[in-house]
Design a protein around this ligand. Structure first.
Ligand SMILES: NC(=O)c1ccc[n+]([C@@H]2O[C@H](COP(=O)([O-])OP(=O)(O)OC[C@H]3O[C@@H](n4cnc5c(N)ncnc54)[C@H](OP(=O)(O)O)[C@@H]3O)[C@@H](O)[C@H]2O)c1
Length: 344
C-alpha cells in the first residue's frame, strides 16, 4: 500500500451502560486516520470475535470478571484476524495473516508487532475457526470439561447456553469422552440442532420449561456430575438441587446477570447442598490456562479431522453490524460462535 496513512472506521465507547443491553448511545462508529509508527504493523481486519465479556467492559463499574473497563472515547478491542497491508517490522510482510487479542473493532488496525501472532493457516481450516473451536472459546470449553469438570466416560454432564460459542464445543468434547450430555438453550430450533447435529443426548428450551427444578429432575434422573455454567442466576441455583456427591461445577460465565448491577442479580440460596454433597465449584478465567494452548490445539485438531467435533458460526457482515452482533448475544437468536466479518 503506497500511502503512509490509512483511513479506517472504528467502534468506540461514548458512554457507559451500567444496566441493560448497550445501545447506540453507548457505542458509536467514527472515522479516523491511522499512521504507522516504527516497529508497528498495519492490517486490514477480516474477522472479529464477538464475546459476552465485551459487554462487561462497557458498564463503567467494577465487575466480578475483573476485566478493565474501556475508558470513554477509546476504541473497543476484541480477538481478531487481519491481513498485513503495511509493515514497519521486517518479520512481517504484506499479505500475511495475523491475529491479536486486542484487535480494534475497526476496518484497519495498527499494533506493535509484538502484539501480533502469525496464523499458520492449515489446509481445510476455515479462518473463523481460529476464533472459535481452535481459539479462545474452544480452549474455554476444554478447560471447563477437561481440567475443572474432570468429565469421565459415563459422567452426567449439564451445559447451559449449550449452543453458544463455548457451550457447543463443551458439549461435543464431553460426548467425545463418553459422557451423557444435556444442554439448555433458548429456542426449539437449537434443541433440535444439539440433538441431531451435535450428539447431545438431550436438550431443553429453558424459555418453555421455565420450572428449572422440574426440568432437571426430568433430564437428570441420575443426578448431575459435571455442570458447565455459562448463565449463573436461577439456573445455577436449580442445578445445586440435582448435584451428585463429589460433583464438579465449572463457573465459566453468568450471562443471565451481565446486564444488571450486582444488587439486582439473582442470589443462590441453596449452597448448603455443596457442603453435604462435597461439591467442588471453581470459577476460571481462560487466560490463566493459555500455557495449555498447544496441548488443547493438538487434541482439537484431531477431533475436527475425525469429524467428532463440528464448529458452527453465526457471521454478521460489515463493520456497521457490530452493535447488532453484540446485542444479539443477549437474545437466543444465534447458533454457535458469533463473528463479525469486517472484510469479505
Ligand atoms: N471464564 C472465561 O474465561 C470465559 C471465556 C469465554 C466465555 N465465557 C463465558 O461463557 C459464557 C458463554 O459465552 P459464549 O461466548 O459461548 O456466548 P454465546 O453462548 O455465544 O452467546 C450467549 C448466549 O447466551 C444465552 N443467553 C443470553 N442471555 C441469556 C439469559 N438471560 N439467560 C440464559 N441464557 C442467556 C443465549 O443463548 P440461549 O438463550 O439460546 O441459550 C446466547 O446466544 C458467557 O457467560 C461468557 O461470559 C467465559
Amino acid at each position: 500500500m503506497a500511502t503512509a496513512e490509512l483511513e479506517s472506521r472504528e467502534w468506540y465507547v461514548a458512554s457507559y451502560a451500567p444496566t441493560g443491553v448497550p445501545n447506540s448511545d453507548h457505542i458509536k462508529l467514527r472515522t479516523l486516520t491511522l499512521s504507522i509508527p516504527d516497529d508497528h504493523v498495519a492490517f486490514q481486519i477480516l474477522y472479529v470475535s464477538i464475546d459476552p465479556y465485551m459487554r462487561t467492559q462497557l458498564s463503567g463499574l467494577h465487575d466480578g470478571l475483573s476485566l478493565p473497563q474501556i475508558p470513554l472515547g477509546q476504541v473497543i478491542t476484541a480477538f481478531g484476524i487481519g491481513k498485513v497491508v503495511r509493515s514497519k517490522d521486517t518479520n512481517f510482510s504484506e499479505g500475511e495473516l495475523v491475529m491479536s487479542r486486542i484487535c480494534p473493532v475497526a476496518e484497519f488496525g495498527v499494533l506493535p508487532s509484538n502484539l501480533l501472532q502469525k496464523i499458520n493457516h492449515a489446509h481445510g481450516v476455515a479462518l473463523p475457526d481460529y476464533l472459535s473451536c481452535l481459539g479462545m472459546p474452544g480452549i474455554t470449553a476444554w478447560v471447563g470439561i477437561e481440567k475443572i469438570g474432570n468429565a469421565k466416560a459415563g459422567s452426567n454432564v449439564y451445559i447451559s447456553a449449550a449452543a453458544g460459542g463455548v457451550g457447543i464445543i463443551a458439549g461435543q468434547l464431553a460426548k467425545v469422552k463418553g459422557c451423557r450430555v444435556v444442554g439448555s438453550v433458548g429456542s426449539d430450533h437449537k434443541v433440535k440442532l444439539l440433538k441431531e447435529e451435535c450428539g447431545y443426548d438431550e436438550a431443553f428450551n429453558y424459555r418453555i420449561e421455565t420450572d428449572y427444578d422440574a426440568a432437571l429432575t426430568k433430564y437428570f434422573p441420575n443426578g448431575i456430575d459435571v455442570y458447565f455454567d455459562n448463565v449463573g442466576g436461577k439456573m445455577l441455583e436449580a442445578v445445586l438441587n440435582h448435584v451428585n456427591h463429589g460433583a464438579r461445577i465449572a463457573l465459566c460465565g453468568m450471562i443471565s446477570e451481565y446486564n444488571k448491577v450486582w444488587k439486582e442479580r439473582e442470589g443462590v440460596r441453596n449452597l448448603l447442598n455443596m457442603v453435604g454433597k462435597e461439591v467442588m465449584m471453581k470459577g476460571f478465567m481462560v487466560g490463566s490456562y493459555y500455557n495449555h494452548f498447544e496441548e488443547f490445539v493438538k487434541e482439537m485438531e484431531v477431533h475436527l479431522k475425525e469429524g467428532k467435533i463440528k464448529s458452527k458460526h453465526k457471521i454478521y457482515n460489515g463493520i456497521e453490524s457490530f452493535l447488532e452482533s453484540l446485542t444479539s448475544l443477549f437474545s437466543s437468536s444465534n447458533v454457535g460462535k458469533v463473528i463479525l466479518q469486517v472484510t469479505p
